[in-house]
Write a protein that binds this ligand. Structure first.
Ligand SMILES: C[S@@+](CC[C@H](N)C(=O)[O-])C[C@H]1O[C@@H](n2cnc3c(N)ncnc32)[C@H](O)[C@@H]1O
Length: 177
């Protein structure tokens, strides 16, 4: 009986929706050079890979696509982990994202990163949050005339300023002092 109840609950859970233009495509896959860059950075650190796609890097991997190599289903704009959880939070969002949708995923990555930890993104725009400091920038271009992106390494400075960007849950507020 218990088994039946469990089965029903699992099948009943609706997958989170994902827009067609943000779905994984093969051309988005990281090449060996980029993979090695991130592998080196996350070694011996507790890491979260946001929008992991087909990459198996990261202790915890988040994606909306069920065919990805994710360990957890979740939305980059509402990351299902607590404040200050990971030493490194990294990944690349779909580059076709609308301007106004680019902000929240970065604030979310900064929120779940520990103070003094790093947030590393591969993007075609420059994210900004008062609680972070941009420490390193690498230009990436995989082929002549191809799109250029930047790998940006930020350090999380503190938590307090994140409160300007989003409403924390009461549990997070109690734990953040
Ligand atoms: C640029 S690809 C990542 C590619 C990855 N670096 C690789 O090497 O395979 C972006 C990923 O973001 C995922 N994605 C799109 N919207 C998302 C969302 N709202 N939350 C989490 N993941 C999302 C897509 O499913 C896709 O796998």
């Amino acid at each position: 009986m218990k088994k039946h109840v469990q089965k029903f609950l699992i099948e009943d859970k609706e997958p989170l929706p994902i827009s067609q233009h943000l779905r994984f495509r093969k051309s988005w896959r990281w090449n060996d050079e980029v993979t090695d860059f991130f592998r080196e950075r996350i070694t011996n650190k507790y890491s979260l890979h946001v929008c992991c796609g087909q990459s198996e890097l990261g202790d915890v991997r988040l994606d909306l696509d069920p065919s990805s190599k994710r360990t957890h289903e979740g939305d980059m704009s509402d990351i299902p982990f607590s404040i200050n959880t990971f030493d490194i939070v990294f990944g690349d969002w779909p580059w076709k994202m609308n301007f106004y949708k680019r902000w929240k995923p970065f604030y979310e990555m900064a929120r779940v990163c520990k103070v003094d930890g790093h947030i590393i993104v591969n993007a075609t725009w420059m994210p900004y949050a008062e609680s972070t400091l941009l420490e390193e920038t690498y230009l990436r271009c995989d082929s002549p005339f191809g799109t250029i992106s930047a790998i940006l390494v930020y350090r999380k400075l503190d938590d307090l300023k994140d409160k300007k960007h989003r409403v924390l849950t009461s549990k997070e507020l109690m734990n953040s002092d």
